[in-house]
Design a protein around this ligand. Structure first.
Ligand code: K7E
Ligand code: CUA
Ligand code: CA
Length: 640
């Protein structure tokens, strides 16, 4: 009997005295979460004792005036909807990239350029992003794109890293709630893989509400990363949570916590084991190429069925590997050897050997548990695992409020029956950690320098800000043998995950190129009006539509006055002809809900109704010049 089987049998193994508790029941998790970390035994630390212990941390994270951070960090903004760019190790916020939210400063969600990106989904003003991931070539960051999910409105967005703007958004059809998202690593990011979390009836037209029905399921999705169009979908058993991809380009894996297809909490915790589902990408591609696919609910996306047959036989596309219990995170080790699934309701992680998957798919290995090579017991509530590239794994323990550092090779030997203490250190974090992320951990370049732990609760760590508390993203130095906490980073709701890249791996532009596709459609519209955007300042009337073209150069607009009629639909297109880095202008039409950014050499446009006769001032909102206050103009609206 191994540890997990012992656990499942209700016995609590205590290897090396490190195990705190055994298997976790329903009551235990609910109670433990409510009670918080410090009530769970062990030493009770105070905020003050941590402050004293970390007093020499300052020198590690201090990035002095004029110095630059070593790493770019990209943080998801959670249900706030944006992506945030941080410098690591200073943890200073460098920039925000609006994506699924509406942003007053840049005009995201207001400008025509952003509305084109948002497309149909512009009607949604909210989003919930969890998983930011950077594109790779041969398993290394290539600095091209960042992709991120929207759980709230079932979308995936792409950010161009050269301009740090979102340039594409796809709504995944036939699905509800895109959660786990990972990218193909090798040979390059051809696909964005993303999990639709919730099981729904198909078609979801009210004909049935029965989740146990054969036509109730969810989908694993592949998006063409370059075109940002759906590539294919795979029907699965159970639901889908998190995902990752291997370093051969062949296998993707995803966790499922609701193998029960239940609709309620008790039901979702019924099975002692759920599973990791592994997808054979070449087989799926081959089937689609051969025309062996269906279309679902009238949508023109190829769909293959990855469910087990009624006879219990596996499909050619998938294998279901049982793992305990309601697993959450799914993380590939940077040496490409393992998928590690995090047990959540089990104190274990399950190590799946990727090099055994060929044999599993060829049915040489018959029992899918035959690809499991380790199942270390780590502590309560393992959610996510990250890696330092030196053979150690770092797993967040939500309920224990700890990060545990453990040795993968030793955990595998322990599973084989050897007496070996694979746990190296447990570090208290504050409090209840979700994701953690080590620098470059999702690439071959995992460098084991920094670990960010995204804690869901901050409680007493910061000056109080009312009942709503910030989250606490803690920075931990993992360059030595011991993890050392060096920084507390308050964040607004709620970064689920982050990624870090070396600063030389990201090469953003400092001013726009005039032929950037981001505003190409606006340029094309101007060309039809015979306008040369860099020089012309003109008003074009087209029935009730009025297009106003102007330049901006600190501290003036090309037009300081234009006249329209009451009720006209007005489009203002501004081209910032400043060539100087950092001289961004804005355009705000007072009392019209109109605001946008125009950075050097950028063209931006915004459309609104001139719904009030009279004189209306517009002004520059970005402080650009000593005479910035004077950078104004007037829209004169004549009665119709
Ligand atoms: Cu919050 Cu990756 Cu959406 Cu875990 S997920 S914590
Ligand atoms: Cu232009 Cu302020
Ligand atoms: Ca379950």
């Amino acid at each position: 009997m191994n540890d997990t089987e012992a656990n499942n049998a209700g016995q609590t193994p205590e290897p090396e005295g490190l195990s705190r508790r055994g298997f976790l029941g329903t009551g235990a998790i609910t109670g433990a979460v409510l009670a918080g970390a410090t009530a769970l035994g062990g030493t009770v630390f105070t905020r003050e004792s941590f402050a004293a212990a970390a007093k020499d941390a300052k020198s590690k994270v201090h990035v002095g005036p004029g110095e630059l951070d070593q790493y770019y960090g990209f943080w998801s903004g959670g249900h706030q909807g944006e992506v945030r760019v941080l410098g690591v190790p200073s943890m200073r916020e460098l920039m925000r990239i609006p994506v699924f939210n509406v942003d007053s400063a840049t005009g995201w969600g207001l400008t025509n350029e952003s509305k084109r990106v948002l497309g149909e989904s512009a009607k949604y003003l909210n989003g919930d992003c969890h998983h930011p991931h950077l594109s790779t070539t041969d398993g290394r960051y290539d600095g091209k794109y960042l992709f991120i999910n929207d759980k709230a409105n079932t979308r995936v967005a792409r950010i161009r890293l050269d301009i740090m703007k979102c340039d594409k958004i796809v709504t995944v059809p036939n699905a509800q709630a895109i959660h786990g998202l990972r990218l193909q690593k090798v040979p390059y990011t051809k696909y964005v893989f993303c999990n639709a979390e919730f099981i729904i009836p198909h078609p979801n037209d009210g004909h049935s509400f029965d989740l146990q029905d054969k036509n109730s399921f969810t989908l694993f999705n592949a998006i063409d990363a370059e075109k940002m169009e759906m590539a294919f979908q795979v029907i699965v058993d159970g639901n889908l949570d998190n995902a990752d991809m291997d370093y051969t380009g062949k296998y993707a894996a995803a966790t499922c916590y609701n193998s029960e297809k239940a609709s309620d909490l008790g039901g979702m915790m019924r099975n002692e084991r759920d599973w990791v589902v592994v997808f054979n990408i070449p087989r799926i591609e081959a089937a689609i190429k051969a025309g062996k696919f269906i279309n679902l609910d009238g949508v023109k996306v190829p769909v293959v069925d990855g469910r087990k047959g009624d006879d219990g036989k596996d499909s050619e596309f998938t294998r279901y590997i049982p793992v305990p219990k309601n697993p959450h995170g799914c993380n590939t080790s940077p040496d490409g050897k393992y998928f590690i699934a995090n047990g959540k309701l089990s104190p274990t992680c399950t190590i799946i050997a990727i090099d055994k998957l060929d044999d599993l798919f060829s049915d040489k290995i018959k029992d899918p548990r035959g690809v499991v090579v380790g199942e270390p017991e780590l502590g309560l509530g393992p959610l996510h695992t990250t890696y330092d590239g030196r053979g150690f794994a770092y797993t967040t323990l939500f309920i224990d409020s700890q990060v545990v550092k453990w040795n993968i090779a030793e955990a595998i030997r322990a599973y084989g029956g050897e007496k070996v203490n694979y746990i190296k250190q447990k570090l208290d974090v504050h409090y209840q950690p979700g994701h953690n992320h080590a620098s470059l951990t999702e690439t071959r370049d995992a460098d084991g320098q920094w670990l960010v732990v995204l804690s869901k609760f901050s409680k007493d760590r910061f000056l109080p800000t009312g009942p709503l508390h910030p989250e606490n993203d803690q920075l931990i130095d993992i360059s030595g043998d011991e993890m050392k906490l060096v920084h507390d980073g308050p964040t607004f709701a709620e970064p689920h995950d982050c990624v870090m890249a070396r600063r030389d791996q990201i090469q953003p532009k400092k001013i726009w190129e005039r032929d950037d596709p981001y505003f190409a459609e606006t340029v094309a519209i101007a060309a039809k009006d015979g306008i040369k955007l860099e020089t012309d300042n003109k008003v074009i009337r087209d029935g009730k539509k009025v297009r106003v073209y102007m330049t901006s150069m600190a501290p003036t607009y090309g037009l300081t006055e234009f006249t329209v009629k009451h009720g006209d639909e007005v489009t203002v297109t501004i081209t910032n002809i400043d060539q100087i880095e950092d001289v961004t202008h804005g355009f705000v039409m007072t009392n019209h809900g109109v605001s946008m950014e125009i950075s050097p050499q950028q063209t931006s446009s915004i459309t609104f109704i001139a719904d009030k006769p009279g004189l209306h001032w517009y002004y520059c909102s970005w402080f650009c010049h000593a005479l910035h206050m004077e950078m104004v103009g007037r829209m004169l609206v004549e009665p119709a």
